[in-house]
Design a protein around this ligand. Sequence first.
Ligand code: PMV
Length: 332
Amino acid sequence: MQTVTAIAHPSLAFVKYWGKVDHTLNIPANGSISVNLSGATTTTTVTFDAALNVDHITINGAPGEHLRVAGHLDRVRRMAGIDARAVVESRNDFPASAGIASSSSAFAALSLAASRAAGLNLDERALSILARSGSGSACRSIPDGFAEWLPGADHASSYARQIAPPDHWDLRVISVVVETGAKAISSSDGHRAAATSPLFQARLAALPHALETVRCAILARDFAAFGAAAEAEALSMHAVALTSRVEGCDWMTGICYWQPGTVRMLKAVEDWRRGGLPVYLTIDAGPNVHLLCEAQCQAALEAELDALLPEVGADAHYFVSKPAPGARVVGD
Ligand code: PMV
């Protein structure tokens, strides 16, 4: 069988996916909108080999069982009607489990490489559905550029489609890595806990308006409307997380993904905006902060950030992204 290598970028949400109606299929409680980040890449190579007895999976140089990946290979085998085990080698050029949505690029690249290596030629929608089965947000890393995940009601109707190509808007995302350690509460646990928050239903009720505002602002390249809506949306997700109860963890005050460096960044963004610099932020399920700006403000923002970084954390650093293409094969 063929060896296929695919790459994909993390999907950064401007309207967040938080809470599921089906935890097995990853059917979300709400739609979400995102962009692929050019500054971070997962590269995954898959070979199915009938001579193997078990899957050999290596992630970032570490061989192991990697059960979620093995489970995803089983899905691909079932779709392709094959039994062969696989060799999988996957590498991120950015820290995993730190709020950089590594599972989105990981399952997008794996879905494309594994399905092609198994002899399947899935269209974008089918590939997005497959990626979603591995990790919800991965469905949005399949289309190029800006994507919207249509929540759907079942396996066939829950997938992401493009709302604008990468070159539609020269947006910049400056991802500030406040901490590189793994987070204490996984996003899966966060999704599970979301409905325990008294704010969850209020958030869901507000989401159609947030989706509409962010989608229209992206299409109109209206940065002020876009940034304000995306920032408010991220804070709404974190308000739900902060007020959620995690089963079996009564000692927790709620799910707080933030670290002191995260709060320092929030204050800095307020100061910069008050001083006339148009910058907004979003935060995923981790401590890191993604700054949103337009191309013409990138240099000014980087100058401010360079001066601030020592206050954010001893190892704090950042990388810059533009809107990126979706998952693609790089050699088969
Ligand atoms: O795909 P998951 O299960 O890792 O969930 C991702 C959740 C957020 O990154 C916090 C939000 C999002 O829409 O990507």
